[in-house]
Write a protein that binds this ligand. Structure first.
Ligand SMILES: [Zn+2]
Length: 64
């Protein structure tokens, strides 16, 4: 049993060894990690942002 534990990359489902040599675990690569984080962020933004009114003044406008 010398095989390291394998985990499936959440982004591309590629099996990658869960080892200290992989700083991106559970992702197989930095690319997959960034993709996942990016999708999570955009998804979160879409939910939290509700419907953004383009006419709404941006925060920190001239009202101060
Ligand atoms: Zn991957």
């Amino acid at each position: 049993m010398t095989h390291p534990k394998q985990v499936a990359c959440p982004t591309c489902s590629t099996f990658t060894p869960w080892s200290p040599k992989n700083p991106f675990r559970p992702f197989c690569s930095e690319r997959c990690k960034l993709i996942d984080l990016g999708e999570w962020a955009s998804e979160s933004h879409r939910i939290a942002g509700d419907k953004i009114d383009p006419n709404e003044p941006s925060e920190g406008d001239a009202s101060k």
